[in-house]
Write a protein that binds this ligand. Sequence first.
Ligand SMILES: [Zn+2]
Ligand SMILES: [Zn+2]
Length: 210
Amino acid sequence: MTYAGPVDDLAPVTRTGGVPLVPAGFTWPQCAECSGPMQFLAQLPVNTPGAQGAEAAAGAERVLSVFMCQNDPGLCDEWDPVAGGNRALLFPRAGLTPAPVPAGDETLLAETCGIDCTARDAAPYHEARGKWSEACGRPLRDVLGQLGGTPSWLQHDETPACPSCARPMSFVAQLEEGRDHRTAMNFGGGGCGYAFACAPCEEGSFLWQC
Ligand SMILES: [Zn+2]
Ligand SMILES: [Zn+2]
């Protein structure tokens, strides 16, 4: 996933930032620790396990919407997949509309970034990232993460178990903090976020490492 330039806050595309597109009856996630509204980070296409790049984005039937508390950075266990400081919500792609955004300074990112998905060879993510940057003459920071593939863990493997069926969840995407530190997501400073889903159970999960 690479930076594709600014997009509209409401664009029905793969992006970080902007306003989440949500189904009817949606309630904006609240942090379990501080009870404040979470920050919307990204909407990501979810496809069958193993699909990668543009192919995965085009065929997706679901969207994973990632939220994380930023009301007291570092104090709400926001890196943890189960503590309640973040949420990853899996929605059917059809019929989504922009969410009403709650009041608060930390509910939306300061920049909305479109994401290009390009299929890469089977090289591990950290290698593919460097190769892309070299080949395109663009900064490493323009790589915003990977969609599908295999997680490139900064720490040990923390693949979460589905809260409903207890099976290991499918890897959806790895997210870099972003291209501009002023508008980037906060994964502890140079960390990566990891998003997972269990499509049959309609469950999503998110964590980060640094
Ligand atoms: Zn919080
Ligand atoms: Zn499940």
